[in-house]
Design a binder for this molecule. Structure first.
Ligand SMILES: [Zn+2]
Length: 76
């Protein structure tokens, strides 16, 4: 997987270059995750961390799964 930071993402609104930031929730300051669950004994939940990008110009925030490939169930 390409995890380089060179593939810069531009803001969808103003096309300014976005920077990575941490999305924290107070008071626990825990990192959010995205999780998919499915019914069935063989379907363990799949999850990924969440990557947060913020535009330093207009403040637009974009959330992306850090490892989207992990959000696939084995049978998908
Ligand atoms: Zn922007």
């Amino acid at each position: 997987m390409d995890k380089s930071d060179t593939d810069n993402i531009n803001c969808l609104r103003c096309e300014n270059e976005m920077v990575t930031a941490n999305l924290l929730t107070y008071p626990s300051s825990s990192q959010p995750i995205v999780q998919r669950t499915r019914k069935g004994i063989l379907s363990a939940p799949v999850q990924s961390g969440v990557k947060c990008l913020v535009c330093q110009k207009c403040g637009y925030i974009e959330l992306r799964a850090e490892e989207p490939q992990k959000l696939k169930f084995r049978t998908e």
